[in-house]
Design a protein around this ligand. Structure first.
Ligand code: DC
Length: 208
């Protein structure tokens, strides 16, 4: 059973990388950010406050596959609310079993913030993917542009920096690299280069 943990800050290219690695290694892929986003969306749609621990934990505990399969989980309001629900320890506990069961079923590539530190501390390979705030904001801005939304780079930089701050500063499972994680800085790599680099690391680790 192979577990590959990919952590890092928002818009560092984790998702693209994780999906491509999973494809190459024929492993299932779980974007764990979707669990927090779907939890946040449920709270928002019920008219609740994403900072309300009871409401958010209730939403996390009753999450269904259809919630995470939604295609409207990436807007700015849901992103902010996801960051809020993710700082609630009981929400993280409620989502932990799901993530472990997913990986334990057939092995997996999982991307998130605490996969290598909390969810799978014994993962076969741990990658911590980063890039400069500017590089990440430019990629996020390009994603928005592709969806027909225009936003100033200054605003995207501020949003990305605020989310970094919230993810790093929270008491529950803060975003930090696991001690044994391998750092990949994608600031000056395109998606193909990041993938080739990561695949070489993973292959070396799992087929020594
Ligand atoms: O990766 P993302 O942007 O889709 O994540 C959405 C939010 O959920 C983000 O604020 C960080 C949080 N998150 C987390 O705390 N732990 C994870 N394993 C994945 C995401």
């Amino acid at each position: 059973m192979i577990i590959i943990a990919i952590d890092g800050p928002a818009a560092a290219g984790k998702g693209t990388l994780a999906r491509r690695l999973a494809g190459a290694l024929k492993l299932p892929y779980l974007d764990t950010g979707l669990l927090y986003r779907a939890t946040a969306k449920r709270v928002l749609e019920a008219g609740g406050d994403p900072a309300d621990a009871l409401a958010a934990t209730g939403a996390a505990m009753s999450l269904r596959d259809s919630d995470t399969a939604r295609t409207d989980l990436r807007d700015a309001a849901t992103s902010r609310a996801a960051s809020q629900v993710a700082s609630i320890p009981a929400v993280r506990d409620a989502l932990l079993a799901y993530q472990r069961a997913y990986g334990d079923a057939n092995g997996a590539v999982l991307d998130g913030r605490d996969i290598g530190t909390v969810i799978f501390p014994h993962a076969d390979v741990k990658l911590f993917v980063t890039a400069s705030v500017e590089a990440r904001a430019k990629r996020r801005q390009a994603e928005f542009a592709a969806r027909g939304e225009t936003t100033s780079l200054a605003k995207v930089i501020a949003d990305v920096a605020a989310r970094d701050e919230a993810d790093r500063g929270r008491a529950a499972a803060p975003l930090i690299p696991a001690e044994d994680a391998i750092l990949i800085d994608t600031t000056s790599m395109n998606a193909d280069e990041a993938f080739a680099h990561a695949l070489a690391i993973v292959t070396r680790k799992i087929q020594p």
